[in-house]
Ligand binder design. Structure first.
Ligand code: UTP
Length: 294
C-alpha cells in the first residue's frame, strides 16, 4: 500500500532552545532564512507524501501558517514587482496539504504519534521529527519507504551509525543482519551506556510504521521520563511483526540543540554559492579577531 501520509510531531517544549522557544515555535527558527521545518516537509514532499499531519501544542500556529497562502504578502510583492519572492512564497503555500491535531499535554513522542490516529486510518504512514534535518538527493524517508515496499509493507526504522561513545544519547536498535544496511529488529534500547549498547545504530527520527502501532500505543504504560515512548511501542511491534532497521544515506543535523543548529547553519552557508564567499570572508575575520588558528 502506498505511503501517502506523514506525521510530524512538533508539540514538544523545545527547552534546549530557550529563550527563543518561550515565544516562537522551535521549528520556525530558520537555518539562515528558511525555517528548519521547511527542510523536513520538503523531504516528505519529495518522497511523494501527499498529506502532512502536524501534532501541535499551543503557540505553534506559525508552523501551519507557514505552509498556508499569505494573500496579503503575495499582493504586496506583486504590487512591488518582486516576482522572484512572490514565486517563492506561492510555492511554499502550495507545497502540500497540511492538517494539524493537538496534543493537549506533552506526554511523550509515543503519545504525540497516537494523537494522529484518526487522521491516519488503516494505512502505513511516515513519521519525521521536526527538528532533525536529513540532506540527501534521495530523501531519507523515501529510502525507508522503498525498504518497506520491498518487505511487504513492514515497518522500517531509519538508523545511522554513531560513535560507540555516543550511544547514551540515542535510542539504539538491535537485531539480526539481513544485509550491509538492513537489520531485522529484535528490539530497541533507550540511551544505553557504550558498554551495554547492542550496536552503534541510532534512531534519529525517521520511521515508516504500520497502523497496528496505534493499538500498541493505546496499551503501553508510561516509560522513561514518565512519558509514553514510541521506542516502547516499537519494542512490542518487533515481537508481533517484522520490523526492519535501515541505515539510510544522508547527512543528518540535530537542529533541536544549539550545537547541531550551528553546524547546520555553517554547512548550509558554505554550501550555497550565494552565501559562501562572503561567509568565508567573515569567518576569516572572526577567527583572526578571536585569535583562533585552524
Ligand atoms: P524532544 O525530546 O526533542 O523534545 O522531542 P523537545 O520538547 O522538542 O525539545 P527539548 O528536549 O525540550 O529541547 C522529540 C520530538 O518529539 C516531539 C517534539 O516536538 C520533537 O519534535 N514531541 C515530544 C511531541 O510532539 N510531544 C511530546 O510530548 C514530546
Amino acid at each position: 500500500m502506498k505511503i501517502r501520509k506523514a506525521i510530524i510531531p512538533i508539540a514538544g517544549k523545545g527547552t534546549r532552545f530557550l529563550p527563543a522557544t518561550k515565544q516562537i515555535a522551535k521549528e520556525i527558527i530558520p537555518i539562515i532564512n528558511t525555517p528548519m521545518i521547511h527542510y523536513v516537509v520538503k523531504e516528505a514532499v519529495e518522497a511523494g507524501i501527499e498529506q502532512i499531519i502536524f501534532v501541535t501544542s499551543s503557540g505553534k500556529f506559525s508552523v501551519e501558517d507557514y505552509f498556508d497562502r499569505n494573500l496579503e504578502l503575495e499582493a504586496y510583492l506583486e504590487r512591488n514587482n518582486k516576482f522572484k519572492e512572490l514565486e517563492l512564497i506561492r510555492k511554499i503555500g502550495s507545497m502540500v496539504d497540511v492538517t494539524a491535531v493537538r496534543q493537549k499535554e506533552q506526554l511523550g513522542l509515543g503519545h504525540a504519534v497516537l494523537m494522529a490516529k484518526n487522521m491516519i486510518g488503516d494505512e502505513p504512514f511516515a513519521v519525521l521529527l521536526g527538528d532533525d534535518i536529513v540532506i540527501n538527493k534521495v530523501p531519507a524517508i523515501k529510502q525507508l519507504m522503498d525498504v518497506s515496499m520491498g518487505n511487504n509493507g513492514a515497518s522500517v526504522i531509519g538508523v545511522m551509525e554513531v560513535p560507540k561513545s555516543d550511544t547514551s544519547k540515542y535510542g539504539i536498535v538491535k537485531g539480526d543482519i539481513v544485509n550491509e544496511k538492513t537489520l531485522r529488529m529484535t528490539g530497541m534500547v533507550e540511551k544505553p551506556k557504550p558498554e551495554d549498547a547492542p550496536t552503534n545504530l541510532a534512531t534519529p527520527g525517521r520511521y515508516i510504521l504500520t497502523p497496528d502501532i496505534f493499538t500498541i500505543l493505546e496499551k503501553i504504560p508510561r516509560g522513561a521520563g514518565n512519558e509514553y515512548q514510541l521506542t516502547d511501542a516499537i519494542n512490542v511491534l518487533c515481537m508481533e511483526k517484522d520490523v526492519f532497521a535501515y541505515r539510510f544515506e544522508g547527512e543528518r543535523f540535530d537542529t533541536g540543540n544549539v550545537h547541531g543548529y550551528l553546524d547546520a547553519t555553517v554547512d548550509f552557508a558554505l554550501k550555497d554559492p550565494e552565501t559562501r564567499d562572503k561567509f568565508v570572508a567573515s569567518l576569516k575575520i572572526r577567527l583572526a579577531k578571536y585569535g583562533i588558528q585552524l
